[in-house]
Write a protein that binds this ligand. Structure first.
Ligand code: C2E
Ligand code: MG
Ligand code: MG
Length: 272
């Protein structure tokens, strides 16, 4: 009896301290937004010959006042617990739009920017018109903005999310299914999704070319993309052997540390 009581008291204490940590970080994130502590890096996505930079993916980082840089995996899940993610997402897309306009002016004329989106941003029927307004203010055409959504996000609330996706596609925005292969989308549902590309999850790319399971999955995703007329992007490409495999089986777009780590806008400008 005593053990049970102790156990539940410990659980309660652990829950309390987790909640306290969550609330503290939420407050810090609020402060970070108004104090301009967030910044973006951009990771290039290249064509299969690794010659032409076709797109860049915007990746958020948080520089704390003590100089420590926090990665999105740490704070985005916390922001997703509240409406804060919607405000952070709006900052990301606006900043990415302005940065892309600057890169277009600098000569990267047809470059596209990919922006990651979270679930709460997507269950909003006015998202398409809001994004149109943001992009028009930046002077960027909708076809130059690609929204990255995970399969999990789409499949959790398909009735709300798919109509928003369809409206975005109608306006000319692109949509990519991120971390593809990690979610639970049925093929019958997937074929109806209004998307323009798939991103093969890094966990499958990492086993190439030797892991037979990963090799089979990657080839299957490439075939699926080809038959569904979707572009396929391989992310997390770190070795020449992975690149050679992906080229051999017809992957059209490559992203990974082998070709480029995420860069600042200034570093990208210097490439031209
Ligand atoms: P993601 O969208 O799948 O982004 C790709 C992640 O893989 C990035 O990590 C990138 O730096 C990393 N990566 C790329 N190539 C390689 C490689 O060759 N090797 C290895 N080991 N890693 C590679 P990052 O920047 O830490 O972002 C992590 C995740 O945080 C993203 O995964 C995305 O889900 C989320 N995220 C990033 N920025 C945003 C944002 O603005 N909004 C939202 N909602 N989520 C974001
Ligand atoms: Mg992504
Ligand atoms: Mg990904």
């Amino acid at each position: 009896m005593v053990t049970v009581l102790n156990g539940s008291a410990e659980t309660l204490a652990a829950q309390r301290s987790a909640l306290a940590r969550q609330l503290t970080m939420e407050a810090e994130l609020h402060h970070a937004l108004v104090s301009h502590e967030f910044f973006l890096e951009y990771q290039p996505i290249f064509d299969r010959d690794a010659e032409h930079m076709v797109a860049i993916e915007a990746l958020i980082r948080w520089r704390k006042p003590n100089g420590e840089v926090v990665r999105p995996d740490v704070f985005i899940p916390v922001a997703e617990q509240s409406r804060l993610i919607v405000q952070i997402g709006r900052w990301v897309v606006t900043q990415a739009g302005h940065d892309l306009a600057q890169l277009h002016r600098a000569g990267f004329t047809d470059l596209q920017v990919n922006v990651n989106m979270a679930a709460p941003e997507f269950v909003n029927a006015s998202l398409p018109s809001e994004l149109m307004t943001v992009m028009a203010a930046c002077g960027v055409a909708p076809r130059h903005l690609c929204l990255e959504l995970t399969e999990g996000l789409v499949m959790k609330q398909p009735d709300k999310v798919i109509p928003v996706m369809a409206a975005l596609r109608q306006q000319g925005f692109k949509i990519s299914l991120d971390d593809f292969g990690m979610g639970h989308s049925s093929l019958s549902r997937m074929k109806k999704l209004p998307i323009s590309s798939l991103k093969i999850d890094r966990s499958f790319v990492s086993g190439l070319p030797h892991d037979r399971g990963d090799a089979a999955i990657v080839r299957t995703i490439l075939d699926l993309g080809r038959h569904m007329q979707l572009q396929v992007i391989a992310e997390g490409v770190e070795t020449d052997a992975q690149l050679i495999f992906l080229r051999q089986f017809g992957c059209s777009l490559i992203q990974g540390f082998l070709l480029s780590r995420p860069k600042t806008v200034a570093e990208l400008m210097a490439l031209h």
